[in-house]
Design a protein around this ligand. Sequence first.
Ligand code: F0G
Length: 353
Amino acid sequence: AHQWRGVLEEYGDRMSLPEGTPTITLREGGTPMVDSRWLSGLLDAEVWLKVEGDNPTGSFKDRGMTVALSVAVGQGAEAVVCASTGNTSASMAAYAAKAGIKPLVLVPQGKIAAGKLAQAIVHGAQVIMVRGNFDDCLRMSRELAEHYPVALVNSVNPMRLEGQKTASFEIVDFLGDAPELHVLPVGNAGNVSAYWKGYVESEKAGASSRRPRMLGWQAAGAAPLVLGEPVAHPETVASAIRIGNPASWHLAVAARDESEGSFRAIDDDAILAAQRELAARDGVFVEPASAAGVAGLLRDHADGVSYAGRQVVVTVTGHGLKDIDTALSTFTDLVDTVVDADVDAAAAAAGLR
Ligand code: F0G
């Protein structure tokens, strides 16, 4: 029977990889494009959600990690390291397990969601908690990789972007062309750079006739690309994008400028409201950071910016189950409805008649 084979086997011929690279895969990619009836109706537009939470470890990181781990193994690595706000470490740990090499993770202490930490631990990573933020962890990871026998698989490793660009290929394959607008959250800025690379390559290969404008959203307390300078103490409830000095700064700015797009900031309350509405109206549960793009669209709509008639793809980057504490914290009025084991009691409590 046919199954989706993962991004290396589906798209490896469109990546520049070292000769003889093996394939370490969990059959990532091939994620659904879900029509957002809610946003399409609200904006009078054609809005698609690229649901990256449906990847093996629940985020888009798997697309890049299959390539980074495969190349690392091909080059003889016995250990890999990354800094992470949670998802990269969860993904790296899973692919390192599949490859049979040692995963070493540096995370900001107390600042990553419980589900992501659990993933890294259960997949067998050594997790080092750093008294500092993501930017500190990334600096340390770079230095570890420089001085010790451990390969760096953060998105400064170009193989990560080779993998992540496949999301654009899938979107072009599905729509038959590139969309007009592509909306996504931005943290360390690898993903927006990878998408842009994928769209540019699609057009060059003749698979698409246009490139989208890239509309990136950062959390207001962690918006260096909007401010035009690093943020020393980034803060946001969207812990995945709590980053003050994005590694792919120059690539991301080039993507914005070449696409005539933008980077803008959205506040935490709007992010949490968008997360909740997306789950309740479209049935798609994403983590807070992943809702930043949807929150941005809603902000524009409220401000009178028209998307009427436009074709829009919104990447929702990670699964809601990774951070249920934050998701439930927005329900201030939660009360348990408890009844005896009696159908009439349940019906009465539910208001059925
Ligand atoms: N959404 C989620 C769920 C993320 O985990 C990240 C980044 C982003 C968006 C932003 O993507 O960094 O390519 O601009 N998470 C990284 C991590 C930093 O360590 O998991 P980006």
